[in-house]
Write a protein that binds this ligand. Sequence first.
Ligand code: PMP
Length: 362
Amino acid sequence: LEERVFNFAAGPATLPANVLKKAQSELCNWHGSGMSVMEMSHRGKEFLSIIQKAEADLRALLNITEDYTVLFLQGGATTQFAAIPLNLVKPEDSVDYVVTGSWGDKAFKEAQKYSKSKVIWSGKSEKYTKIPSFDSLEQTPDAKYLHICANETIHGVEFKDYPDPKNGILVADMSSNFCSKPVDVSKFGLIYAGAQKNVGPSGVTIVIIRKDLVGNAQGITPVMLDYKIQAENNSLYNTPPCYGIYMCGLVFDDLLAQGGLKEVEKKNKKKADLLYNAIDESKGFYRCPVEKSVRSLMNVPFTLEKSEFEADFIKEAAKEKMVQLKGHRSVGGMRASIYNAMPLAGVEKLVAFMKDFQARHA
Ligand code: PMP
């Protein structure tokens, strides 16, 4: 563990060191079963206890009531871009998308194939640095749902509050801020998230859906994408990503042990404040383009006023064991992803490096 780096990747992302150690200690022989979780039948009592505990712990973390079904699926959040309209609406139904970044845009484009989807607000012309005021949203009167991306991973824009859909339900992609803070699940008809940022390895996609919305899939919906079939089979219609679900379970357990999501949010705010303050107090040497009130606690994009030094910044940071700081290829600059599992020490080290780098290049 001493040789581990501070990994600021956007996802797959750093996992808690104690969770990795626990997984290591259980790797070859899980709880006396004589085998690893990777080798078990997904229908045996051992794995059933793992998936059931993972679900119970997630329900405890987010206060998910029995009105909601929790699904552990595959295919990433990208598959949900299609599964959501396929399950919730008919091809002729209207649905609204608020597009605050590239992921929301991708979700919208996929939904166009299976519904009458409309972008009712886009931040593209302002380079995705804002969240709209909710009063200004011109929602389609009969829209079956309103889709948002709660945290745009590439642009670093995060909803701090949520709009009320006029007609249908609220649907949110929480891939990059899932379990990073308390969320009132009852405001949403459906929440979905890929696991690989805050809660586990890639390969697991979590869907939290209000039960009354399940069971209306379009006829063409592939069986794997049909929430009703997945719900009736407790996410075990086919072979699930067993090891990934196990890892998510270890992370949920760890988040509960930290005191739950209120405590986790406090830590995340502290880390984000430290980093944003360093940027804002650099007298323009570092810049974050995102409007202050909607800056993400998870993904912090920033640039250098002297952009010719950006490559050096990334290279030198990597030499000091702070890796994956390059911004997404579509926006350039830098991006520090500081998910739940990024320790405060990692952000402190980055901020110290930033100050030193500035002193040497000012
Ligand atoms: N939505 C958001 C907000 C994301 O950050 C990502 C992945 N970076 C996706 C969707 C796509 O997720 P996946 O790769 O799991 O399909």
